[in-house]
Design a protein. Structure first.
Length: 538
């Protein structure tokens, strides 16, 4: 049970069980709202009737308002808001993950804000409303990351007259693929970040706000600034969310107590600091369940650390262990043998079906849920001197709880055309889209061309001729100075760019990773230059 407090009167939580209710009552909650339909999670999910009966015994009020993840309506939000008025507070609402309960709360607040919120929202939205009231954009792009900027640049190269708006709250843009190199002491972290304004394509309208809701039936994106942005076509590219909070205790100890992660700009340098300081002891590396961005990044952190320890002559004093939630080292079997050679070289231990669930930083203890061959799960505590943790990764809440989401919460697309199957004026690319490809920047580079071509075809009423083959690339930095360049598509089919054995570690690929690709990213990909995109027509 994980509770998120939103204000003094309301909190949301993931799936509750009858055994949780005594602690909920002791924490001061007086009412519970169930937003998860009965039977959604199979036999393992407690029924609302069972929870209602257990709540009644403890004097807790209970309400059942089931909603499906992608089908929250205005009526649902209104009914939820009325429950918040009628039920004694504090109120705790729950669903599978807490996202639906949170979305219902936010939507209810938008429909009936407090007096203070009304004043703030009105003042905040007044200026923007004057400027953009009634404005409908040819294309609205949600996300100013790799995918969003690349596809916008590609569209404008093809059709400069398009009226495009980008929704992006951040004031900076990061080249995240280099953070693994930063953690290995091979790249300057400052070179991975630039002002967002410097990469924003000329001529677009930049809404410096976060999207909070998509209304595809109304062709509108709701922003946290109070502005409603209308579109003719929508591109969904906000990336994914790093769910640090799903590992108990991790957020509190990141950046200290030997706990780090190359998945954050401010922590990658700490990784290198820990690696340099390590002369002996236990180094744990974790990898959560898929999908995650750059599926090879967790083990790349291990390889670069081990390479340094080997060069320093201390590898024999360091106990290295890689804990994977999955059952294989890498998803494309062709690349497993060369990777295993490095695992053996560094004398690293592999712990499969071992998922990091909790961290006690001060005590230097990591807790893993380990699944055996029969599916039985046990909790195992492991002491560490250094822990490189990778968080679970999910779609942003406003996508998970929208009509655009598939059953897993990702923005649903046709895997070939990247067009939404139910909303033909919506396309998606990058980490948030449901295509079963590796979530990498290289994938976004190819997808940007597919979306640009197919979106313009849709505008013209023509057939969508371009097809995405699932291309993704993972430069596996197995040692400082050598890379195994894994390039593959749907089904693990190899898609090498160069006529070389892709399983062989090469210095040439290290130069590509460390020198060529960063320059190409800033001056090529983000400018709409589509070298080696190999976009296929159907």
């Amino acid at each position: 049970m994980q509770i998120t407090q939103h204000d003094a009167r309301f909190a949301s939580a993931d799936q509750l069980t009858p055994d949780d209710l005594a602690a909920i009552q002791a924490a001061g909650y007086r009412s519970i709202i169930c937003n998860r339909p009965d039977g959604e999670g199979g036999d393992s999910q407690p029924t609302s009737q069972a929870l209602r009966a257990a709540a009644s015994q403890l004097g807790l009020q209970f309400a059942y308002l089931p909603v499906k993840p992608s089908q929250i309506t205005a009526d649902d939000a209104a009914r939820f808001g009325q429950l918040l008025i009628d039920l004694p507070g504090p109120v705790l609402a729950y669903c599978r993950s807490g996202n639906r309960a949170t979305s219902l709360y936010r939507l209810a607040q938008q429909g009936a804000p407090t007096q203070a919120a009304q004043t703030t929202n009105a003042a905040r939205a007044a200026t923007a409303a004057c400027a953009w009231e009634g404005e409908t954009w040819d294309v609205v792009v949600i996300g100013g990351g790799t995918a969003g900027i690349a596809v916008t640049a590609s569209l404008l190269r093809r059709e400069p007259s398009l009226k495009i708006a980008i929704v992006e709250p951040s004031d900076h843009h990061d080249y995240q693929p280099a953070w693994t190199l930063v953690g290995g002491g091979a790249y300057d972290v400052a070179k991975t970040r630039r002002p967002m304004a410097s990469v924003m394509p000329a001529g677009v309208k930049w809404f410096r706000a976060a999207a909070t809701r998509v209304e595809p039936d109304a062709n509108v994106v709701q922003l946290d600034s109070g502005v409603r942005v209308a579109y003719r076509q929508l591109i969904v590219a906000p990336g994914l969310r790093l769910a640090w909070e799903r590992i108990a205790g991790l957020t509190e100890t990141l950046g200290k107590n030997g706990v780090t992660s190359n998945y954050r700009y401010d922590l990658a340098p700490y990784t290198w600091q820990l690696v340099q300081q390590m002369k002996g002891g236990t180094a744990l590396f974790s990898q959560p369940g898929m999908p995650i961005k750059c599926a090879g990044a967790p083990q790349k952190a291990m390889y670069l650390a081990c390479d340094h320890w080997q060069r320093q002559g201390v590898i024999g004093q360091v106990n290295v262990e890689f804990n994977l939630a999955g059952a294989v080292l890498f998803g494309v079997a062709t690349f497993v043998p060369p990777l295993m050679e490095y695992v053996k070289r560094y004398n690293a231990n592999l712990a499969f079906s071992s998922n990091l669930v909790a961290v006690n930083g001060p005590a230097r203890i990591a807790t893993f849920e380990v699944k055996d061959a029969n599916g039985n799960v046990t909790r195992v505590e492991k002491r560490f001197d250094m822990l490189h943790a990778v968080p679970p990764q999910v779609a942003p809440d406003f996508i998970r709880d929208s009509q655009l989401a598939d059953k897993a919460g990702w923005c649903e697309v046709d895997h070939a055309t990247l067009q939404h199957p139910r909303y033909p004026n919506v396309f998606s690319l990058g980490d948030v889209c449901s295509a079963p490809n590796a979530k990498t920047g290289a994938a976004a580079r190819k997808q940007a061309v597919i979306v640009a071509e197919n979106l313009l075809a849709a505008r013209a009423g023509a057939l969508l001729a371009y097809r995405y083959d699932g291309y993704g690339s993972c430069p596996l930095t197995v040692e400082k100075g050598k890379v195994v360049l894994a390039e593959f598509g749907y089904g693990g089919r190899l898609l090498p760019t160069f006529p070389l054995d892709p399983t062989r570690p090469r210095r040439l690929m290290w130069l590509l990773k460390a020198s060529v690709l960063p320059s190409f990213y800033w001056w090529g990909m983000l400018k709409g230059r589509e070298w080696l995109t190999r976009a296929a027509r159907g």
